[in-house]
Design a protein around this ligand. Structure first.
Ligand code: NDP
Length: 267
């Protein structure tokens, strides 16, 4: 029996226990996956107790991904470049920190949606934790260029400096986005949480694949994409399931069937 959990605050809304229960059923792996509400200033103590109780691993969501990064005793390259940890595996007295958000996005784009990333021009909106987590997996697919645009321009410039060794990137303010169409636009801002659309040139959406990391409703970004002739409009539910599948495989070495789970959740 794998002893697993997701830590967050708040945590009630989390779909992770449901997703992992479906993975467990499919693969025949026995899993006990709980939701754990950690106090905002008490992640380490709660996590230490869970490990002492025999945990095999856990997921980490808002607001603890950075705390989990510092808590881990060993980090994967994804976690190091993301500077955030969403998955921990406890093994041989090590607390191994991984970040599966970006691989989850790439798997959703390539496997589920059939979108080729090689030689594509990708525009990432936002330079927060989510953007930082997706850049390395995107760049590993050899796109023509990844452009990072953020409301606070210097954060996008910093990401350009941090990631340029992994592939062609550029970073600038949202106001520098041109009307020229791009291949793929990924909304990695949190504007959708407030029902807002980042203030950008409309022309870049024409014929583009527009992907919002947020899920659960039609967002302002998705409405904007529709109004500006995007070719395809997608929310982040597939990414959520794919990142969970990567965590599940990291813990159990079993690869679940994600498409069945995405279908169930959409229903
Ligand atoms: P952060 O708080 O770390 O970053 C927020 C980013 O959004 C910053 O770049 C900020 O710009 C920008 N921003 C916020 N409001 C606006 C606005 N009104 N206009 C323009 N830019 C804005 O958040 P995260 O990176 O952690 O999360 C971003 C999104 O990704 C959330 O919606 C989250 O739910 C989603 N997510 C989805 C996942 C999935 O599995 N589907 C996984 C992880 C995240 P500035 O720097 O100028 O403040």
């Amino acid at each position: 029996m794998y002893k697993l959990a997701v830590f967050g605050n708040p945590i009630e809304h989390s779909l992770s226990p449901d997703i992992h229960a479906q993975f467990a059923q499919q693969t025949g792996v026995k899993v006990n996956y709980q939701k754990i509400l950690a106090p905002v200033d008490g992640f380490e103590k709660t996590a230490q107790q869970f490990i002492a109780d025999g945990a095999n691993g856990f997921n980490i969501t808002v607001p603890f991904k950075l705390t989990a990064f510092n808590f881990a005793t060993k980090l994967t390259l994804n976690a190091k470049t993301a500077k955030a940890v969403n998955t921990i595996k406890v093994e041989n007295n090590q607390i191994i920190g991984e970040n599966t958000d970006g691989i989850g996005l790439v798997n959703d784009l390539i496997k589920n949606l059939g979108i080729e990333l090689k030689d594509k021009v990708i525009l990432v909106l936002g330079a927060g934790g989510a953007a930082q987590g997706i850049l390395l997996p995107l760049l590993k697919q050899n796109p023509k260029r990844v452009m990072i645009a953020n409301r606070t321009a210097n954060k996008a410039q910093q990401l350009q400096a941090d990631f340029s060794e992994y592939g062609p990137t550029c970073g600038f303010g949202l106001n520098k986005i041109k009307h020229d169409p791009v291949d793929i636009i990924i909304n990695a801002t949190s504007a959708s949480l407030d029902g807002k659309m980042p203030d950008i040139a409309n022309g870049c959406a024409r014929g583009a694949i527009c992907y919002d990391l947020m899920y659960g409703k039609q967002t302002a970004f998705m409405q904007w994409a529709e109004a500006n002739q995007a070719a395809m409009i997608v929310d982040g539910l597939g990414m959520l399931v794919e990142q969970a599948a990567c965590s599940f495989e990291f813990w159990t070495n079993k690869k679940p069937n994600t498409q069945a789970v995405i279908k169930n959740l959409r229903r």
